[in-house]
Design a protein around this ligand. Structure first.
Ligand code: DGJ
Length: 727
């Protein structure tokens, strides 16, 4: 059993094939953390508790003798509480009916069971059978508030991964307010880590940042109402000596699309604590007697084989246990999107002309982006009026969809369901439906306000409007966009003492609407988007198997965006298109977009003969290499920031019989030869590679590598090398 409990020592042990996670119900029922790292078979590990730590000035429990050395402040705590002796960042703070926020949970009981329960109202990883996951639920109690706090752990034994979540129940007869409830807390007994995270902004999302931990608190967070372009809800703690291929790395990724925080504190003992969950800023949750609150889920991956293996575990886990529905393992249609081709300037004939040319090129779906509804010819109006603009689409959507389908292409459509333009019929009818604070100006972003998704009536209206289009037309794909951050987060329906719930209720409302859509139209391929990749997180991936990665389609700049994204998100989820803009030729545009879902975002009629031939070849390559890219494992060879000149990566089939590697020269260096060692192959197998045309051992290709003497000597060039086993 991957989860065990030693009833004598009261030690919990959660094992995967590669990792162990151990904690203990200690004296006075405190839960203390003992170990997280490579798999160890031993159960007798209680000596790992740190008896020698410096604890002067740290107050201790009055029942436990001071001589025992235990203080909540200096020992590794399993789930840290505010105001009762642990002075480090705390995961839980509940304000009790006396107005005090000191909180203290102690172990009561636990249960271990097979499988994985769903989280109410929240996206989460799922198990496909009782055998692929096991769950531990630990019941704790804060005696003073009467808060029952359940710590939930699910172990995915075959992945080196586990998930954490927390449920708080009010078992008292008085209301209480949750002021912070992080999804997990993990304490490490050293500070020899690099913190890796994904920073960015619009058109530069998820750029990898690495910094060494220092004493004090280092955080990343969003209070923008979405997970945001600025910081992705992903953090890795990699040991000082860890590299892409060697050493220990711990990855943390929150399954949540709203305000989040990851706080990492190195304390006076040189110990490290990470807590991650809903951002406590602008958050508070009123818990009435008998009611409960569930935190989002945190995914934790441990790798002893470097950062690369950490990423591969995330990829496998998400492909198998996060992505759902009909499109889970299905090849996605190769699409062309109208946005960069026409922006708002299109009509039905123009779209049909795109579709005709696209069909000749082998493209399989036309997506009509922003601009088809209300009176929208630019971004100043009509969000919320989800009915067709017949001045643009003569004969309505049905006629256009039929014409596109008649050409043999699928058809997709764009929505921005959570938004409302001040210049819209919806706003003129329901000015109270957007988020707002009485007496304050409503900030405007891209000429739009944000709908109050916490309201059922708002969600019902948007769903009905979308249903009218989706039920009466054969729509194959929906792009769900979200183009501003949230400010003045007040709801007209909530009482004053619940206004701090709005940000979270907004996210829950969006999840509910998205879930309703996915349930009602399971055949539709949903692609999320937020001004590019401003809401690229596992919460969204639970509903949509792919997300538009960035509005930046320049292939060179895309390299670092896609490199960062690959830290935890699999290639199948990364929306990537070839566009007309950018500083390279079409070959490199295609090679870079191939590290994603692949598609086009350009006017196909404007392509010259040479470009048309390149596109046809790309379409053929897309099909030829689809399996190895999408079912294979990613190996990053050269990071774009490594030497500033080259970037390289590859996908290796699970059985190591074939691989496709891509090499990009970002900035040509006249004095050095492009050289790379391949990775992920079987050293004992022999392969023919398409670069030399010769047969070499996997050992040679990985240890000696390949030298690309004849590679194009120009900025922005690229090439692929296909490697196939020779028996
Ligand atoms: C932002 C998206 O990222 C673009 O792809 C496009 O859909 C525009 N919004 C449309 O307004």
């Amino acid at each position: 059993m991957p989860i065990s409990f030693d009833s004598e020592k009261r030690i919990f042990k959660l094992d995967t094939k590669t990792s162990s996670y151990i904690f203990q119900a200690y004296k006075e029922d405190y839960l203390i953390h003992l170990y997280y790292g490579s798999y160890i078979p031993d159960n007798s590990v209680e000596f790992l508790a740190p008896h020698q730590h410096n604890a002067s000035f740290s107050p201790s429990n009055p029942v436990l003798e001071e001589a025992s050395g235990f203080t909540c402040d200096s020992w590794p705590m399993e789930y840290s509480c505010n105001g009762t002796g642990d002075m480090r960042v705390s995961a839980l703070a509940i304000r009790n009916s006396f107005g005090n926020t000191s909180t203290d949970i102690r172990y009561i009981s636990h249960r271990i069971f097979k499988g994985k329960p769903a989280l109410e109202g929240l996206p989460a990883l799922y198990s496909m059978s009782d055998d692929d996951a096991s769950t531990l639920e630990v019941e704790t109690l804060d005696k003073v508030t009467g808060a029952k706090v359940y710590l939930l752990y699910t172990v995915f034994e075959n992945y080196g991964a586990m998930t954490r979540s927390v449920r708080v129940e009010n078992s008292s007869d008085k209301p209480m307010d949750i002021q912070r409830v992080y999804s997990a807390c993990v304490d490490f007994n050293s500070m020899d880590f690099n913190m890796m995270h994904l920073y960015g902004f619009h058109c530069k999302e998820r750029t990898l940042v690495t910094r060494h931990l220092e004493h004090g608190i280092q955080s990343i967070a969003s209070k923008r109402g979405s997970s945001s372009h600025t910081h992705n809800p992903f953090v890795a703690l990699a040991k000082d000596n860890a590299t892409e291929d060697y050493g220990e790395a711990y990855g943390f990724n929150l399954v949540y699309s709203g305000n989040f925080a990851a706080d990492i504190e190195v304390d006076f003992n040189g110990s490290t604590r990470i807590i991650m969950g809903i951002n406590p800023t602008d958050f508070s949750w009123r818990l009435e007697p008998g009611s409960s609150f569930t935190s989002p889920e945190l995914v934790m991956v441990y790798s002893a084989q470097g950062i690369g293996e950490m990423s591969r575990v995330f990829h496998r886990l998400y492909n198998n246990h996060l992505i759902r529905g009909e499109w889970k393992n299905k090849k996605r249609p190769l699409l062309i999107n109208s946005w960069e081709a026409a922006y708002f300037d299109f009509d039905d004939d123009k779209l049909v002309a795109f579709a005709k040319r696209a069909k000749e090129l082998g493209i399989e779906m036309l997506v009509m982006d922003d601009g088809w509804f209300g009176t929208r010819n630019d971004d100043t109006n009509s969000l919320g009026d989800w009915y067709v603009n017949e001045n643009k689409l003569k004969g309505g959507i049905k006629s256009l969809v039929d014409r596109v389908h008649a050409l043999g292409l699928k058809f997709g459509i764009w929505y921005e369901p959570e938004m409302i333009s001040p210049d819209s019929d919806l706003y003129r009818t329901h000015p109270d439906w957007c988020l707002q604070v009485p007496g304050r100006d409503k900030s405007i972003g891209r000429h739009q306000y944000v709908l109050d998704m916490s309201r059922q009536d708002v969600r019902d209206n948007i769903f009905e409007q979308m249903s009218t289009v989706l039920s009466n037309n054969h729509i194959d794909y929906v792009k769900w966009d979200f183009n501003r951050n949230i400010s003045e987060a007040g709801s007209a329906l909530l009482p004053a003492d619940r206004q701090q719930e709005v940000f979270h209720r907004f996210v829950l409302g969006t999840y509910e609407l998205m879930g309703r859509l996915v349930d009602a139209y399971p055949h539709i391929l949903l692609e999320n988007c937020s001004g590019g990749g401003g809401r690229f997180d596992p919460g969204m991936l639970y509903f949509s198997p792919q997300i538009w990665c960035s509005d930046n389609t320049d292939p060179i700049e895309r390299l670092s965006i896609q490199y960062g994204t690959s830290m935890c998100y699999p290639v199948s989820t990364v929306g990537a298109h070839v566009s007309a803009c950018g500083r390279t030729g079409y070959e490199t545009k295609g090679n870079v977009a191939m590290a994603g879902t692949f598609g086009y975002e350009l006017d196909p009629i404007k392509l010259n003969d040479e470009e048309l031939e390149t596109v046809k070849k790309q379409v053929a390559d897309y099909h030829k290499y689809y399996d190895v890219i999408h079912s294979g494992d990613l190996y990053r060879l050269i990071a774009p920031m490594e030497d500033g000149h080259h970037c390289a990566w590859g996908y290796v089939a699970q059985d190591k019989s074939e691989a496709l590697f891509t090499f990009v020269t970002m900035l040509y260096n006249c004095n050095s030869t492009f050289f790379a060692r391949l990775k992920g192959l079987d050293p004992d197998k022999y392969y023919r590679d398409s670069w030399t045309g010769e047969v070499h051992s996997g050992a040679l290709l990985m240890n000696a590598g390949l030298s690309f003497k004849n590679a194009p000597r120009k900025d922005g060039t690229s090439f692929t090398v296909y490697v196939e086993e020779v028996k």
